[in-house]
Design a binder for this molecule. Sequence first.
Ligand code: CDP
Length: 220
Amino acid sequence: MIEIAIDGTAASGKGTLGKKLSEKYSFPYLDTGMLYRKVAYELIKSNKINTEKLEQTCCDFGTIVTFKELKNKNLRTEDVTKLASKIATFPNLRKILNNKQKKFNNLSKKKYGGCILDGRDIGTTILPNADFKFFITASLEVRAKRRLLEKNISFLHENDEKCMLQNLMNNMRERDNQDSKRKISPLVPAKDAHIIDTTIINPEELLLIVTNIIENNMSC
Ligand code: CDP
């Protein structure tokens, strides 16, 4: 049974890698960030961002979140993204969502022989004994440009595009900082992770690098 843990900075290519590996090896894939995004989204939707019992409210939403609800375009807005990083600092929420991720992993391994998880603390906290750990990163500018492309906006003026790119860079820098500096489960590479910088490599090249590592180590 194979566990593959992928961690890394925002828009570094870890999600695309997770999906491609899932297609290649037919193991279920979970983008764990979507769980934090879903809780953030529900907070915004129910107008509870300023509640005094913010952590408890997050835990209530976290308890009822199901994997089926994670394919929603509304989970990828900038407001949800920012709030997801803020609430991801809550230890009690992390406990609830960690359990869900571990259950997903156990069920997937039993049923399909393997599992792929991507996030911030997969190799360090969720799957510390994963067979393969990858930590994916890239320069801030390249990552922000990728996010801009994902948004699929056609700009009328070059200045608007520049301004949006700058905003994305600022938000991403702030979020990476928050994710790396928090006390509980910070974004850091696991000691035994393969660290890969995707600044000048495309998703196909990344897949090739990763599958070579996996396949060269699976035969022994
Ligand atoms: O897609 P992107 O890399 O921009 O973000 P994401 O993976 O959807 O994660 C959104 C936020 O959730 C991150 O900024 C983290 O604060 C948090 N997160 C986390 O703390 N632990 C995880 N395992 C996954 C996400």
